[in-house]
Every structure is written in structure tokens, then in C-alpha cells.
Design a protein around this ligand. Sequence first.
Ligand SMILES: Cc1cc2nc3c(=O)[nH]c(=O)nc-3n(C[C@H](O)[C@H](O)[C@H](O)COP(=O)(O)OP(=O)(O)OC[C@H]3O[C@@H](n4cnc5c(N)ncnc54)[C@H](O)[C@@H]3O)c2cc1C
Length: 491
Amino acid sequence: MKPTVGIIGAGLGGLSAAIYLANAGFNVKIFEKNDKFGGKLSYIHQDGYYFDIGPTLLTMPFVVEHLFETVGEKFNEYLDIIKIEPACRNFFSDGTYLDTSSDLSIMKSELNKIYPSAATDYENFLHYSKKLYDNTADIFLFEPFQEIRYLLKKRSIPIQRVFHLDAFRTINETNRSFFQDDRLVQLFNRFATYNGSSPYLAPATLNVIPYVEYGLGAYYIKGGMYKLVEALQNLAMKLGVEINLNCEIKEILIEKKVAKGISYSGKKEYFDYIICNSDVVQTFNSLINGFEKEKEKLNKLEPSLSGMLFLWGVKGKTDLLKHHNVFFSDDYFKEFKQIFDEQKAPDDPTIYISISSKSNPEHSPSNSENWYVLLNMPYLNPSQNWDFEVKKMRLTILNKLKKFGLDIENKIEFERVLAPKEFYDLYRSNKGSIYGISSNSRMTAFKRPANRNRSIKNLYFATGSAHPGGGIPLAILSGKHCSDLIQFYSK
Ligand SMILES: Cc1cc2nc3c(=O)[nH]c(=O)nc-3n(C[C@H](O)[C@H](O)[C@H](O)COP(=O)(O)OP(=O)(O)OC[C@H]3O[C@@H](n4cnc5c(N)ncnc54)[C@H](O)[C@@H]3O)c2cc1C
């Protein structure tokens, strides 16, 4: 009889684990509390507007490609990925803006407008960023690095490389050593938010991310990011994965420290393996009885940033804006201090605006645009009043845009807002965090929960809150790691 796997959650990690394992001959069932697949990779479609409500950028598409190839399917028959040019229009508080590009010659000529040697500084930075990627990716991303026995068997421990991680400086410290203009430091500091962290706390090891975006390329998916979920859903169903939507798991059944099954709607179901795509901390806090020491340890890990997302259907076209735009705050250090240290919404938030209708006209009615406006926010704590903050932030955004000649207040004909509480309610992410655990300390990579739980046998985690971390490609890799480990330990 085929071994059975029950997966809690149909987010990217859950779908990826399901596809890899079903392809390897396991009998897989997914239980998802929401009425659709994809978890944080989601969308809404209303009044003629399509909005992504999660990721707007796909990096490392080869991770998705690998998934398709493993099951004998062609990635490009399912998905059309497009490069957006410019990659992003970045507005600074002094009123200037800079377009970035993954095309080196375009990027260099843009940077040279900032100061004469900026292009050379950037080339040196990109070279350094690539080196970091080469030194870290194999061990910290593409392998479940906490699994020594598994790695030894695979003879795949490029351990000598982990001594070149730039882990003793912060992102900001390193970026200051490369660039002579505060705007460029701020621009490259922002990559810390790609995994929900502060550039003033996170180790410079995370400077791999600029290479991932500019060296390897960042993409949008033609038709909308949700096409990725639809493609994965198709693969899972083709492979015979059984999917139960609107089905919230209430408990993981554990006997003598072995995960045996799950319970939902008064029913119990038993499996050989349980994989949680649900957030690790939240899973321990709400679905597992006992294991207090593990809970205490997990609850000490700092969650990543949360967000506040305004979805605006805006009448008319704004030529000044591109598909991806960032309006930087005046004082980036203060912004992160307020978010992480003071746990409050920043006075002057950096504003990210994605308008996918610029490259997908069908995403909005004619002569209008779909604005996805995202602010970094602190994860939930009981003292915050989000109704008040949403009103305040709405005004702050509109006033800031006016300073750049963009007066859209009376042009907004559709509006929906997601604050940290909604991110918690929708996805049960720990305290509304959007990337799992923050990387605000040198040791985070080592403290991030492993894909195979050590306290409870046969319990695995395929989620952005476990190794190797948040973001589309990493969540998909977490599913692959679970599949590889289950196959390894079941032999
Ligand atoms: C606003 C926003 C912007 C982002 N931008 C980007 C970006 O541009 N690029 C990028 O790469 N990444 C981005 N991310 C991050 C990326 O979306 C996530 O890292 C990734 O989607 C997480 O996948 P996951 O596998 O952890 O599952 P999740 O998306 O966390 O899904 C977990 C699933 O489990 C379900 N679940 C939880 N508890 C239960 C239960 N008890 N019973 C049943 N089901 C349960 C949830 O409903 C959910 O569907 C963004 C995220 C957000 C929110």
C-alpha cells in the first residue's frame, strides 16, 4: 500500500510538497481552511479590477521550473513569465527618482546620473552579491542544511563556503561601504524587506537578494501572479492529490511523540506523515497539545514584518508611474526603529505601488489602473489600533503622492484594505507576519525551524516560516525539502 501524507494548508509549500510526494508514489491529501488554493499568493477580482493581494514579483523561476520538470511537465506550457522594464521606479524624499533594471548597461547609465563612479560601485556590489549567493545558496537554500545525516549520504556539504557570509556586518553597514550616496544605500537596504527584516539589524548575508533580483532576474507572471497557483493546482490534481477546501484542521493527533493524524469538523483522519504548510509557531500554539518547551523556544523567534495593503481602482492613467514603484521614506532608520523596536506604524512609511495593469491591461477597466499599495508594518501586538492606523496611513499616502504631483484622492473608485489583522485571519500567519520569521539577527538562519521536526516523529514543515524562509521560491523549496526528507527517512 502507498504511504499516506496529510498536508495542512494549500499554500505554495503545501502544494509543492504534495506534487513532489505524489509524483514519488505517495498518497497525498491536502486540507485547506480557505475556499481557494495558494495561501498568501492570492488575488481578488471585483468591479472589473484584478488585484494580486500577495506577491507581485517572482524571483528564481528555475525553482518552479524544477518542480514542473520533475513531474515531466513543461513550465512554459503553463506559465508565461515576463520581465518588467524598468524593474522599478524609485522615488526619493528629495523629489528625485531612479529607474532600476536587471539589464546591466541600462542600470549603469541610470546610476551614473547619481554620481560619477556609481556604476562602478554597483558593479563591485553586484559581484560581491553574486559571491554571497554562490557561497550560500547550495547549503542555505537548496538543501535542508540542519540534516547532517541526509547531507552526508548525499555527499553535499559545501561547508567550507559558509565562512564567507559577511554575517558580522549589517546590511546597512555593508551597503554604506559600497555606495557614496544615501539614496543608493537606501535603495539596496530595501532588499532586507524581501524577507521581512530590518536592514539595520539583519546580517549582510542577505545582500544575496540584490543578485537574485538583478543578476538572476525578477519576473511578473502574464495574466497575474495567481496563474502560478492555478498551474500548481493543475499539477497536483493530475497527480491524484486529493484536496479539501474550507476545511480547517483543529488538532494534530500525536501519540507517544509520533504524529498520527489530524482532526477537523469532529472527524479524525490518520496518515503515515503529516506536513504542516501552516505557520510553524501558530501550528504549535494552536494545533498541538503539550510540547511546552518547544512552544516557548518558537515563541521567542521574532516574526517578520507585517504589511498594510491598499487596493485602489484608480480612474485615469498615471504616466509618471511604472509597473513597480517605490516612494522611500525620508528617514529609513526611524521607519524600521518604529516598526521593530517601538512596534508601531511608521510616521513616514516607504510606499510600494505595483500597477499590474501597466503590463496586463485586462487587470483594470479601460482608462483606469489597479493600484496595489503596500506599506511595511509591525507584526501584531495588543496595543495597536488598526482601524485608526488604516485611516491615518491612507491620508499619509495620499499626501505624500501629492508632493510628487499625483493627486488621486478623488479618482479612487474601488477600495479594499488588508491590515496585519487580516493577514492573520486569512492565513493564520504568526502575528500577521508575511514572511514567517524575521532575519534580524546573525543567528536567524540557524534558528529557523527545520523542515523535519525533531520532537515529534513524522511531523514536517513545508512553509515560508520554516527553512529556508519566506518568499515564493523558498516556500516551494521547503516543500521539496520535506519530500526529499520523507523519502530519505522512509527507506
Ligand atoms: C502582501 C504580501 C506581499 C508579498 N510579496 C512577495 C513577493 O513579491 N515575492 C515573493 O516571492 N514573496 C512575496 N510574499 C511572500 C510569499 O507570499 C510567501 O512567502 C509565500 O506565499 C508563503 O507560502 P507558504 O508555503 O508559507 O504558505 P502560506 O501562504 O502561508 O499558506 C499557508 C496556508 O495554510 C492554511 N492554513 C493555516 N492554518 C490552517 C489550518 N489549521 N487548517 C487548514 N489550513 C490552514 C492557510 O489558510 C494558508 O492557505 C508576499 C506576501 C505577502 C502577504
